[in-house]
Design a protein around this ligand. Structure first.
Ligand code: FES
Ligand code: FES
Length: 128
């Protein structure tokens, strides 16, 4: 199976790989696994007091499409509100990366990860 140029670009030059430490409750972390293949993705967002995502980082143990999907999402969500990030659709990711049908679940993983990160951040705010 051939990977698209977009996938290879993100795979070879992943954006925003890393980990953020949450010192003040401004970081939300989403950790999700793909039942289809056992891959794992961690996606983190740093949110401003105004509710805007200022930074995003990811670490993905998985295939090229999963790495590319999470890399792309970290680029996209920077500057978004939490609601906008939560509305991100895996189909938009899959389209941008030209993922073939067998790799659609990799983009679902990225959608799940950003949703989980937003949910984690929101839950932290209720405990503040
Ligand atoms: Fe999980 Fe691709 S099947 S690495
Ligand atoms: Fe399983 Fe990509 S995340 S093949």
């Amino acid at each position: 199976m051939a990977y698209s140029e977009q996938v290879i670009d993100h795979y070879e030059n992943p954006r925003n790989v890393g980990k953020m430490n949450d010192k003040d409750g401004s970081v939300g972390t989403g950790m999700v696994g793909a039942p289809a293949c056992g891959d794992v993705m961690r996606l983190q967002i740093k949110v401003s007091d105004e509710g805007i995502i200022e930074d995003a980082k990811f670490k993905t143990y998985g295939c090229g499409s999963a790495i590319a999907s999470s890399s792309l999402v970290t680029e996209w969500v920077k500057g978004m509100s939490l609601d906008e990030a939560q509305d991100l659709k895996n189909t938009t990711i899959a389209e941008e990366l030209a993922l073939p049908p067998v790799k659609i679940h990799c983009s679902v993983l990225a959608e799940d990860a950003i949703k989980a990160a937003v949910a984690d951040y929101k839950e932290k705010q209720t405990k503040k």
